[in-house]
Write a protein that binds this ligand. Structure first.
Ligand SMILES: [Zn+2]
Length: 410
């Protein structure tokens, strides 16, 4: 088989890997980078099937393009496919609102839905000479790694994004045995603190802000992070509101309870929150002590309304719960104490703190994971600091850092 990349090798964004045999062409992930404006991967030649690792835009954001253009079938876990539909519709909505061009339309998204095929953990799909099996990736609910093998050839694992540490939502991933490992490297060169310590510091800060009479505004990613934060806050006995896209994603997780650690715990935690469904309720939520809302990087969504109303209140705190990418509103707020609201850069007087609730394996986790797979060859993708990680992997495997032009034969 021939293996090449359509994007996302040396950046965290727009990932796409093409596997070509003499009979067919299969794509693994086809994402976009949700920057302003969005960035898209290279166009791919006709594709028979697309396997999606998980429902984050940098892995699934371009999927409708291959459905519309080539009629490709789409494979993914139930949760991945359902959550993807929310994200894809939202992408079209945002592009219209912002006036950006987007390489697919609503018909292609409908096609995506029609062409969706379910693959569960442990399932094997036969695609011409390829056998493709699905395994849990531990990153967000429904996230999947794929093992790819052509006849009796090498076993190749494509990780998508992975997490090895347990979180409230999920168990960490176990390393699968393989010959070639194609691994994400988002956290190359960086480590993150233990989840328990992050949770403790986060709750201490929440209580401190509430005790001084401030409001707590918690921006959270809709997919995975919102549901985790809701559970972390389950012992905070105050009026709590949930706003934004995270509500719908939570309902999908609850419908597919086996995709998360405990649907009972999530349901119990969700039941403690009031949901914002109308502008009237949003007015109430803005006066309440605590709100969890999208977007996680402050680039749109109801969070802007909450910050706009409280921006001059020094007692209020904005607690960021995810990585803030360069050139986002959230990063600007962290770095300068100002952010863009209503088209203007405005000074924010609230306290701002960032908590590292990462859903990715960090540098040391990646090294241990890679070694435990026993792979003789490791291909690093989806990272902007791969060299540092490569150094630590070279003692036990041959390491490659492809560009989007490289082709490998197996
Ligand atoms: Zn991801």
């Amino acid at each position: 088989m021939k293996l090449s990349f359509a994007g996302g090798t040396d950046v965290v964004g727009s990932l796409g890997m093409v596997v070509e045999t003499h009979e067919n062409r299969v794509l693994f992930d086809y994402g976009m980078t949700p920057s302003k404006p969005p960035k898209y991967p290279m166009k791919v030649p006709p594709i028979d099937s697309l396997f999606i690792t998980h429902s984050h835009l940098d892995h699934v954001g371009m999927a409708p393009y291959v459905c519309g253009e080539y009629g490709s079938t789409i494979w993914g876990s139930e949760v991945t496919l359902e959550v993807a539909m929310i994200l894809l519709h939202d992408s079209i909505k945002i592009s219209k609102y912002e006036g950006w061009s987007i390489p697919f339309d609503i018909h292609d998204v409908r096609r995506f839905s029609e062409e969706s095929t379910l693959i569960r953990y442990g399932d094997k799909a036969h695609m011409g000479p390829l056998r493709i099996s699905a395994m849990d990736a531990g990153h967000i609910p429904g996230s999947t790694m794929y093992k790819i093998q052509e006849n009796d050839g090498k076993e190749i694992v494509f990780t998508g994004d992975i997490n090895v540490e347990d979180s409230r939502l999920q168990k960490g991933v176990k390393p699968p045995k393989c010959d070639v490992l194609i691994m994400e490297s988002t956290y190359a060169g960086r480590s993150h603190p233990k989840r328990k310590d992050v949770e403790r510091a986060f709750l201490e800060k929440v209580n401190e802000v509430l005790d001084r009479g401030g409001k707590v505004i918690i921006p959270a990613f809709a997919v995975g992070r919102t549901q985790e934060i809701v559970q972390v806050l389950s012992n905070v006995d105050e009026e709590k509101w949930l706003d934004g896209m995270g509500k719908r994603v939570s309902q999908i997780y609850l419908r597919h309870g086996d995709a998360i650690r405990s649907s009972g715990e999530l349901r119990k935690a969700m039941n403690q929150f009031k949901f914002v469904r109308t502008p009237y309720q949003r007015n109430h939520a803005a006066e309440a002590p605590l709100v969890v809302t999208t977007s996680g990087m402050l680039d749109g969504g109801p969070v802007l309304e909450y910050i706009r109303r409280s921006k001059n209140d020094k007692k209020t705190a904005i607690l960021l719960t995810g990585y803030q990418v360069q050139d986002t509103n959230g990063r600007m707020l962290m770095d300068s104490g100002s952010m863009e609201i209503d088209g203007e850069i405005q000074k924010i007087d609230c306290e701002v703190q960032h908590f590292d609730f990462s859903a990715h394996a960090d540098h040391n986790d990646l090294v241990k994971f890679a070694e435990a797979t026993g792979a003789e060859e490791i291909i690093l993708v989806h990272g902007d600091n791969r060299e540092v990680l490569a150094k630590d992997l070279e003692s036990f495997a041959k390491v490659r850092m492809p560009t989007n032009d490289d082709i490998y034969n197996y």
